[in-house]
Design a protein around this ligand. Structure first.
Ligand code: 5RP
Length: 246
């Protein structure tokens, strides 16, 4: 029996992932994001590596690392980038590729459905170009209207951080495992509070306020980091948005 046809959202993600892989040039140092859309890019980069492309990638999660190794994309940790060498400059990675859960018209993001947002932000900030890969369902007029803001917290601090998030106007819910009892535990061994806001008016101010809460490792608001957004369609078309970086 033939495999079932992929749905249109999966086709759009595949188109976006393949368009992103085509941006990779020989010798580049890459950031490898997490999620189903970036997975298509990593697989396509792996195909190009088998054809002779030379790259290295910094994975943003255990999931991305396993995928990259399986696809044959050489992986390197931040230790391997020589960040202590002043010649590394502000952007030692050439290109980071990653998905998103919401994208605003300005190119600001909510990320973290895969609970990888803290490592993803570290890698995005190190990249000269941060290209975000989405299908059209991720576009919103205002961040926080469809998705909560994930906040990674020290388990000890979770009740205190939840209280502070409520004071900021959120309804925070501890993310629970689906095939595991108890909370989702991140790659860092921490927990995630999904903070639902009724829309976020000032993502930069909210992000700074959450960053300031004791016990918070980081959150999924990405403000002024994206340089490009690729929006894929099921038909294979790609809309390319240029974003101003702060
Ligand atoms: C993981 C993320 C993902 O990039 C985001 O959830 C998008 O995933 P997908 O491409 O599967 O829709 O932020 O932490």
């Amino acid at each position: 029996m033939p495999p079932p046809a992929a749905d249109s959202q999966t086709e759009a993600k595949r188109a976006t992932g393949h368009a992103a892989a085509a941006l990779v040039e020989d010798g580049m140092r890459l950031g490898l994001g997490t999620g189903s859309t970036t997975a298509f890019a990593i697989e396509a980069i792996g195909q190009r590596v088998r054809e002779g492309l030379r790259v290295v990638g910094v994975p943003t999660s255990f999931a991305a690392e396993r995928l990259a190794r399986a696809a044959g994309v050489p992986v390197v940790s931040l230790d391997g980038l020589g960040l202590d060498d002043p010649a590394a400059g502000p952007h030692p990675l050439d290109l980071a590729l990653d998905g998103a859960d919401e994208v605003s018209p300005a190119g600001d993001l909510i990320k973290g459905r895969g609970a990888a947002h803290v490592r993803e932000k570290v890698v995005a900030a190190l990249a000269a170009r941060f290209v975000v890969l989405v299908d059209a369902s991720k576009r919103v007029e205002r961040l926080g209207t469809a998705q909560p803001v994930p906040v990674e917290v020290l388990p000890f601090a979770e009740p205190a951080v939840a209280r502070s998030l409520r004071a900021l106007g959120a309804d925070p819910v501890l993310r629970m495992g689906e095939r595991k009892d108890g909370p989702v535990v991140t790659d860092q061994g921490l927990w995630v509070l999904d903070a639902r806001f009724d829309g976020v008016d000032d993502p930069a101010a909210l992000g700074a306020a959450i960053d300031g809460l004791p016990g918070v490792l980081g959150h999924g608001l990405f403000v002024g980091l994206a340089t490009d957004v690729l929006v894929g369609t099921a038909g294979g078309g790609i809309e390319h948005l240029d974003c101003a970086r702060d």
